[in-house]
Write a protein that binds this ligand. Structure first.
Ligand code: NAI
Length: 251
């Protein structure tokens, strides 16, 4: 359950990568705050599960199957969401992948896949969502970056570059769109307990806990609560910010 009380009724939100992990927690939290949530993901069965779970709890959600790197499909999804619910107020770019390898072993397709989903996908959804945002003269964009995009992480040149790109994109869009009352912020999670971080294995995760001042991995809810804050009216004067949710890892 969200630990901050935020009223997002009458808002429509898109959350990418909503089938599992952080995206699912973010979609659930936005719906619990009253928003109608478009759950977007490539994983057809799981994204329908997320939307169904939200509806069962009394929230409003619908699933859209979409590869965030597919330009045409992204525009189509944004148009369909606006047609379905009459507008769009919040975009959370959360879909992301890793294809880790040391630089000298990294394959072209590992580089391209990660930049394609994490950076191009974020760009495509920002561009498409801007149409309804500009029309309404308001909007909130929240991009999920990573501490890897700030301090780097060996074995993740592709991932760190994509997330540093997301941070640059966030700051530039914040400047470009501020006059239209559209805020653009990023969240940089540290290590959060999801399937993505589980791939690192128990030994690495123990080491990460030791390096984290708060001594634990984050929970998806820690990130979802930060999204709720940035989506809320309380954050209306915050733009171009990168909020770390990392247990102190980068201090
Ligand atoms: P996850 O792997 O559990 O979930 C990612 C979701 O994105 C999945 O549902 C997947 O199907 C979806 N997805 C992947 N490629 C897609 C595509 N092309 N189009 C549409 N959907 C796609 O990952 P997790 O941990 O929930 O991560 C979510 C975001 O948070 C990612 O951007 C990740 O980089 C970021 N992050 C995660 C951290 C962690 O420790 N878990 C730390 C820092 C950042």
């Amino acid at each position: 359950m969200p630990r901050i009380k935020v009223d997002l009724s009458n808002r429509v939100a898109i959350v990418t990568g909503a089938a599992q992990g952080l995206g699912r927690a973010i979609a659930v939290a936005l719906a619990q705050a009253g928003a109608r949530v478009a759950c977007v993901d490539v994983n057809e069965s799981l994204v329908h599960e997320t939307a169904a779970a939200i509806s069962q709890e009394g929230g409003t959600a619908k699933a859209w199957v979409c590869n965030v790197a597919d330009s045409e499909r992204v525009s189509q999804v944004v148009n369909e969401v606006v047609d379905e619910w009459g507008g769009l107020q919040i975009l959370v770019n959360n879909a992301g992948i890793t294809r880790d390898n040391l630089l000298i072993r990294m394959k072209d397709d590992q580089w391209d896949a990660v930049i394609g989903v994490n950076l191009r996908g974020t760009f495509l959804f920002c561009r498409a969502a801007c149409r309804p945002f500009l029309k309404a003269n308001s909007g909130r964009i929240i991009n999920i970056a990573s501490v890897s995009g700030m301090i780097g992480n060996p074995g993740q040149v592709n991932y760190s570059a994509s997330k540093a790109g997301v941070i640059g994109l966030t700051r530039t869009l914040a400047r470009e769109l501020a006059s239209r009352n559209i805020t653009v912020n990023a969240i940089a999670p540290g290590f959060i307990a999801t399937e993505m971080s589980a791939k690192l294995g128990p030994d690495v995760l123990e080491e990460i806990k030791k390096r984290t001042p708060l001594g634990r991995l984050g929970e998806p809810q820690d990130v979802a609560d930060a999204v709720l804050f940035l989506a809320s009216d309380a954050a209306s004067f915050i733009t171009g910010h990168v909020l770390t949710v990392d247990g102190g890892l980068t201090v």
